[in-house]
Design a protein around this ligand. Structure first.
Ligand code: GLA
Length: 400
């Protein structure tokens, strides 16, 4: 009987292990090459970046996935059809780079594409899924971002499920990041396929510029918000599809990049916390200012993004010049972001006596960016905010 129980337990355990559940119970954090470096990547700068992240505290703050985006591979597969590292940019090869990163406490991420070519024209995964998954496992890959260029009229769910099955068959736990840009509403089908899924096209380093394919973070925020109409009067949008182990991905961070003011970087970072978004830094962390380092590694802000309840927040109010976003946290606490969406400095206010019934009574209020406790929700909260800046608050019920 005991043997039978042990056998059953083993079978159950291996069934779960094989599906790689539980890899990202909070949104994954790391750094990705694309937003700043695009195709200008090589093993030297990856190592410099990793070393900088050890020194500046990012690794220890949780940014552990270092992801090589498009253009890391050779232009052609080898004679056996295997993907291979770009011989000039990564002469030591992928296994060596993965080992180097692992020895320093990082996880190793890589990019490819469901189509025949990646977006930058390198070999894609179409028809090679099982072979590639074995290669990734051999190289020690821990995270795969899988894009959607050149996939033609393929069915996204089928294509991504095929790659997921290939990863499962290769048996190395790999976080699977679906980068299909939201066209097929992946939040509706991807929970059992990948661990995170892009919800929109690409982000770029501006507040609200609209380009054909790349948009500022505020445009992405609004797009994500509008993708599904309020279902329950609270969660305006697709937040209800996210939770521990599977996340909506409004794209990587532009925090610290030249097109954003400090206020805009700070608001972007705070709102990605409200959205329970994956935090993939996309700036040159070897050269960032002390203010940006402090922002990216702020413990209180990261605690909101990484809150174990894993509930995505929503926009609670929008008026000309002001938005209020809220997110429920574990233990009955809440995060609130008050965004100055106007183009001038302004004094903004939150009057907690209007509509904040969900807080469940009087709460203490902590201003995260000012690092101070600022009274309770019995008084309105007021703050002078630069254009596109936020007040980022954590409120906690006063137990009576
Ligand atoms: C697409 C993705 C981006 C990036 C590039 C690389 O545009 O959405 O995040 O990976 O491809 O070519």
């Amino acid at each position: 009987m005991r043997k039978l129980i042990v056998l059953c337990l083993c079978l159950v355990t291996s069934a779960f292990a094989q599906k790689f559940e539980g890899l990202v119970l909070t949104p994954p954090m790391g750094w990705n090459t694309w937003n700043t470096f695009a195709s200008n990547i090589d093993e030297f700068m990856i190592k410099e970046t990793a070393e900088a992240m050890i020194k500046n505290g990012m690794r220890d703050a949780g940014y552990v996935y270092i992801v090589l985006d498009d253009t890391w591979s050779a232009m052609e597969r080898d004679a056996q059809g295997n993907l291979q590292a770009h011989p000039v940019k990564f002469p030591s090869g992928m296994k060596a780079l993965g080992d180097w990163l692992h020895a320093r406490g990082f996880k190793f991420g890589i990019y490819n594409c469901a189509g025949r070519k990646t977006c930058a024209g390198y070999p894609g995964g179409w028809g090679h899924e099982f072979q590639d998954a074995l290669k990734y496992a051999e190289w020690g890959v821990d995270y795969l971002k899988y894009d959607w260029c050149t996939a033609g009229d393929a069915n996204p769910k089928d294509a991504y499920t095929r790659m997921r099955d290939a990863l499962w068959a290769a048996k190395r736990p790999i976080v699977f990041s679906i980068c299909e840009w939201g066209g097929s509403k992946p939040w509706e089908w991807a929970k059992d396929v990948g661990h995170l899924w892009r919800t929109t096209g690409d982000i770029t380093d501006c507040y609200d510029c609209i380009q054909r394919w790349e948009n500022g973070w505020k445009v992405i925020l609004d797009l994500q918000h509008s993708q599904v109409q309020p279902a329950d009067g609270q969660n305006n949008g697709i937040g209800k599809f996210a939770g521990p182990g599977h996340w909506n991905d409004p794209d990587m961070l532009e925090v610290g990049n030249a097109g954003l003011t400090f206020a805009e970087s700070r608001a972007h970072f705070s709102l990605w916390g409200i959205l329970a978004a994956p935090l993939m830094a996309g700036n040159d962390v070897r050269k960032m200012s002390p203010e940006i380092t402090a922002l990216l590694t702020d413990k209180e802000a990261l605690a909101i993004n990484q809150d174990p309840l894993g509930k995505q927040g929503w926009r609670f109010r929008r008026e000309p010049g002001r938005e209020i976003w809220v997110r429920e946290l574990a233990g009955g606490e809440w995060a609130i972001a008050l965004l100055n969406s106007g183009d001038e400095t302004a004094e903004l206010e939150i009057d907690f006596s209007h509509g904040f019934w969900f807080l469940g009574g009087e709460c203490t209020v902590r201003d995260i960016w000012d690092k101070q406790d600022v009274g309770t929700t019995a008084q309105p909260f007021k703050k002078q905010l630069a254009a596109h800046d936020v007040a980022y608050l954590r409120v906690k019920p006063i137990k009576k």
